[in-house]
Design a binder for this molecule. Structure first.
Ligand code: MN
Length: 217
C-alpha cells in the first residue's frame, strides 16, 4: 500500500508561539507530502511497494540501486516526519514538562539528569545545534532499554543502520526526533536554531515518547 500523509494530530496553529502556524502548514502539507509522493513514485513496482516506512528504512539494501538514494531521502523523510508530528503536542494538551516512569529512569541513568547541568536536555540540544546543515537529533532506545542521543544528516535515521552504517547514527530505535532542517524553523527563527530548540521543549509530548519507550525496549 502506498504511503499516505498522516493527519496532524492538532491544528496548524496549536503549537504557537513555539512553532508558528505557517511553518506547520508548509512543513506538513508541502514538505512531508512531497516525501510521501516521491517515495511512492520510487517504490512503485519494487518488492518494497507494500512495506511500511519503518520496514523500508530497515530494508534499504533491498531497494534497486538506481532508486536507493531517492528512497533513502523520501521514505526516510516520511518516517521521520510521521514521528515528529506524533511526539509534539500543544502545551494545553500535555506538551512540555518532563518524562516520567521508566523513561525518566532510563534518561537519568544514561545522562545523570533530565534537565540539570550536563544532563539530557543539554546534550540533546547540543546534538541538534551541532548538526551541520540539515538533519535530525534523536533519542533512541538500544536493546535492553538503554537510551542514547545521536544525530543524522538529511533524512537519514537510525533505522537505516544496516544499509548506511555510521550515517544512521546510533542505530537504536528512535522514540524522539527533532527536525533541524531550516524549513522547520526559518520563517519564525531565521538563523537562530538554538532558540527554536529551546522553544521546542515546550511542545514535546512526553506521554507519547514514554509509550514509544515502553514499546521499543
Ligand atoms: Mn522537515
Amino acid at each position: 500500500m502506498a504511503f499516505v500523509l498522516p493527519s496532524l494530530p492538532y491544528a496548524f496553529n496549536a503549537l504557537e508561539p513555539h512553532i508558528d502556524a505557517r511553518t506547520m502548514e508548509i512543513h506538513h502539507g508541502k514538505h512531508h507530502q512531497a516525501y510521501v509522493n516521491n517515495a511512492n513514485n520510487a517504490l512503485a513496482g519494487t518488492a518494497l511497494a507494500a512495506a511500511d516506512a519503518a520496514t523500508v528504512c530497515r530494508s534499504l539494501r533491498d531497494v534497486p540501486a538506481d532508486k536507493m538514494t531517492v528512497v533513502r531521502n523520501n521514505a526516510g523523510g516520511h518516517w521521520n516526519h510521521s514521528l515528529f508530528w506524533e511526539v509534539m503536542a500543544p502545551p494545553s494538551a500535555g506538551g512540555g514538562g518532563r518524562p516520567g516512569g521508566a523513561l525518566l529512569a532510563a534518561i537519568e541513568q544514561a545522562f545523570g539528569s533530565f534537565d540539570g547541568a550536563g544532563g539530557f536536555k543539554e546534550k540533546f540540544a547540543a546534538a541538534a545545534a551541532g548538526r551541520f546543515g540539515s538533519g535530525w537529533a534523536w533519542l533512541c532506545v538500544q536493546p535492553g532499554g538503554k537510551v542514547e542521543i545521536c544525530s543524522t544528516a538529511n533524512q537519514d535515521n537510525p533505522l537505516m543502520k544496516n544499509a548506511i552504517g555510521d550515517a544512521a547514527g546510533c542505530g537504536g530505535a528512535p522514540i524522539l526526533g527533532l527536525d533541524v532542517w531550516e524549513h522547520a524553523y526559518y520563517l519564525h527563527y531565521q538563523n537562530r536554531r538554538p532558540d527554536y530548540v529551546s522553544a521546542w521543549w515546550n511542545v514535546v509530548n512526553w506521554g507519547k515518547v514514554g509509550e514509544l519507550y515502553a514499546k521499543a525496549k
